[in-house]
Design a protein around this ligand. Structure first.
Ligand code: SF4
Length: 297
């Protein structure tokens, strides 16, 4: 079994079987993205997918979760995804969940009936880069959806019984719009009540448009102080019934995990403690390494 190009997966898919069904990303133009710059999008032939499933059945027959690669495998038609799911269940009978990255646009292109059929064959755990609830940020980041569209499509998923991770990016509004970004993102999250919230912080790698825009002064990143203020404002604005906040990504100034609403005060206290630690450097910009990890705090 071979996977072409760089392979990305969410951290909580570490024990999943990674199965390639597409190459690249069908959108491939988010302003901050550097994941598949040289990988033209294509769909893997079904024979290759079946051969990989066959191989997996020999080497890891007890696997119970599969993550479909690459960037937005949910772009595949419902019929194609159901064919893949049937092939997985036929050879890997312990598999309960077939997860993958998905975009709001991918959901929009499926009917309610198709979503229910996909759920019935084990498809769930979608990992969705919603990024922000602020239209100005979504437009600049070139996500291809508005906040209102995200609200509609995520509710359709919930109605169909499909679980997902809502991925949001702190700093998406830059230095000018961090307050608006926190408020609008909290409002969208509250409206859709995801069970899993994945929080990262904006960072730019060479090769993406955001990197060039920052160098040319067209986009102003948030400072340590602004990122901490935005994180506190976001957490304070969340009104959730039962959501896991997964914010352990190294790009975050305060990596943290918790459950909302139970851990809200502890999470806010952690942000304030970090602000105190960094009180002499709040106007500085984080210096970052791989995956946006902060090198010098
Ligand atoms: S949808 Fe995801 S993989 Fe595709 S360009 Fe945007 S961030 Fe990159």
């Amino acid at each position: 079994m071979s996977l072409t190009g760089m392979v990305y997966r969410p951290p909580y898919e570490a024990n999943s079987l990674l199965l390639q069904v597409t190459r690249g990303c069908s959108h491939n133009k988010c302003t901050f993205c550097h994941m598949y710059p040289d990988v033209p999008f294509s769909v893997c032939p079904m024979e290759d997918v079946e051969a990989d499933i066959e191989e997996a059945a020999r080497y890891c027959p007890d696997v119970d979760r599969v993550f479909l690669e690459h960037g937005d495998a949910f772009v595949l038609s419902a019929d194609r995804l159901i064919r893949i799911a049937d092939a997985i269940h036929a050879r890997l009978p312990r598999v309960k969940t077939i997860a993958m990255y998905a975009s709001i646009q991918n959901i929009r292109h499926k009917t309610d009936d198709e979503l229910r059929r996909l759920r019935a064959c084990g498809i769930g755990g979608l990992d969705i880069g919603v990024e922000s609830g602020l239209d100005a940020a979504l437009t600049y980041m070139n996500k291809g959806h508005t906040a209102a569209e995200a609200r509609v499509q995520l509710r359709r998923l919930t109605d169909a019984g499909i679980d997902y991770s809502f991925n949001a990016i702190l700093g998406c509004g830059g230095a000018e719009l961090w307050r608006e970004n926190a408020d609008a993102t909290a409002e969208l999250i509250n409206a859709v009540q995801p069970h899993l919230l994945f929080i990262g912080t904006l960072h730019a790698e060479p090769g993406c448009r955001l990197y060039r825009d920052i160098k040319e002064g067209l986009f102003r990143e948030c400072t340590f102080g602004q990122l901490l203020d935005e994180q506190e404002r976001l957490i304070s604005g969340l009104d959730l019934k039962d959501t896991i906040y997964f914010g352990a990504h190294p790009s975050n100034v305060v990596p943290m995990q918790g459950r909302l609403p139970e851990h809200r005060q502890a999470m806010i206290a952690a942000v304030r403690e970090k602000r105190e630690q960094l009180r002499c450097r709040l106007d500085e910009y984080p210096r970052r390494g791989g995956e946006g990890s902060i090198l010098d705090q």
